[in-house]
Design a protein around this ligand. Structure first.
Ligand SMILES: [Zn+2]
Length: 45
């Protein structure tokens, strides 16, 4: 279960503090089957 304030990309598994980025990551990952550096740099460890 995700922690409060954390949003996970269901495709690549990266976690974001903002849902907006998680949604963008998921959309990108689903369409391109790869990671977008401009998006994943917003991911949290
Ligand atoms: Zn992703």
């Amino acid at each position: 279960m995700a922690k409060k304030g954390k949003y996970k990309c269901q495709v690549c598994g990266l976690t974001y503090n903002e849902k907006e980025w998680a949604d963008k990551c998921k959309a990108w990952c689903s369409e391109h089957k790869s990671c977008n550096l401009e998006i994943i740099k917003h991911a949290v460890k």
